[in-house]
Design a protein around this ligand. Sequence first.
Ligand SMILES: Nc1ncnc2c1ncn2[C@@H]1O[C@H](COP(=O)(O)OP(=O)(O)OP(=O)(O)O)[C@@H](O)[C@H]1O
Length: 471
Amino acid sequence: MRKLLVVSQAPLNNEIAETLKAKQWDVHEATDPEAARQLAEEQQFLVALAIFPEKKNAKGEERIRELVTCLPEIKWVAALAEQQIARHGMKHFIAERLYDFHVFPLEGDRISTVLGHAFGMAQIEQDLITMEPLTAPNRFGLIGESEVMLALYRMLQRAAESDVPVLITGPTGTGKELAARAIHDHSSRSKAPYVAINCAAIPPSLLQSELFGHEKGSFTSANNRKTGYIQSASGGTLFLDEIGDMPLESQATLLRFLEDKIVTPIGATRGVRVDVRVIASTNVDLEQAIQNKAFRADLYYRLAFLTIQTPNLNQREHDIQLLASYFLEQVATEAGIRNLKFSNEAIAALRLYHWPGNVRELRSVIFQAALSCDGTLIRPEHMKIQLEEPLPLAAASPPPEPQERHAAPNVQPYTMGTLKNAREQSEKHNLEFALARNASNVTRTAQELGVSRMTLYRLMAKHGVARNASN
Ligand SMILES: Nc1ncnc2c1ncn2[C@@H]1O[C@H](COP(=O)(O)OP(=O)(O)OP(=O)(O)O)[C@@H](O)[C@H]1O
């Protein structure tokens, strides 16, 4: 049976209900939008049928439109009267929110066929979302499908195919270590050791001996001979995490090693030749560090034959949901908490949050939410995130109407100097340009900006940006 949500003020007539049942639809009826939302949270429908009131009822129509807008994950088919199509805003609504529509009178066979198409399509999309990022081999075990991530995969591929030193830069928690591991695993060195060291976690006085090793008795606490990390990685890859925190003295020794590939342990009289590939990562701006004389420029150029940047999570809104689902699967396998789902509000909150701690923070938020959730549905209150703005019920409002086309834009007051204002202005400009580039097509604009259509509408409402209706 295929689950179907039907929203209609009046119960379905018997004949239609029987036909749908005979066509393998498991019908769940809701007579008002609130009940429909509730059902949708519990049942995870792929498709729904919204039956508009047959008699003129502006409020009733508006509530159905709001409901449909609030549940964009569902493929909606609406049944409505011919004359309703001409009503204010209805064509926009049909084009942008519905999978298809059906003009009264309701006919069971015809509606079942349309719903069947919607269902098939939804299944394919769902498979793509849940399967592809987890299995696609060229994604290097990383989750994410946004443009910036696809660009990252291309760079990782290039890095894996070559043997030059790589510098991975990016904010904390964006997957630099995962990227380094992925390069090693896909390179010709994959069978040899991968040794990762965190340069910030080792006291500066010890770093030298940790990297290069020491002979017994070479300094007071050197009770035994010790092989350094570089030698342990022989034939493989050495990952130097947080290289920006490496003391200048060690930088000089590392540079010497990169130039001649010879490791001389502390206290040793002879050096050994070691073949390792070095991948380094940093979340500090090394060019700035060079200017501040905290990092050697010559070492930077030795390390950065190829530089790869891992993107901020808030640059890739679509990936947030993929990652959240992925971490929920990890919760199931690692913590044994199964059958958890996100409420629509929880997903909206995850998308709205700005994620200063990036993927690491997202992972921790999902794990904590799973542990604090008492039922099976994760809601915003289970997640320890502080939103800068309230959840967008306003996102449910339909896009501006054509007649607003010549209206003066609703310019937000702008005070020079504050970061928030600068960000808002740049967000607004990007939005306007993206809409213009895509001839006001909401779906394409949302894709280009890497946000959902719901978020795009929210941004348009927030900045008072109208679509140019002539397009
Ligand atoms: N694209 C991704 N897909 C799946 N998991 C990810 C992704 N990016 C990051 N993670 C996870 O997020 C966490 C942080 O990743 P990682 O340690 O690689 O970040 P980092 O950039 O090296 O952080 P830092 O700069 O603080 O060392 C890890 O649990 C990692 O598995």
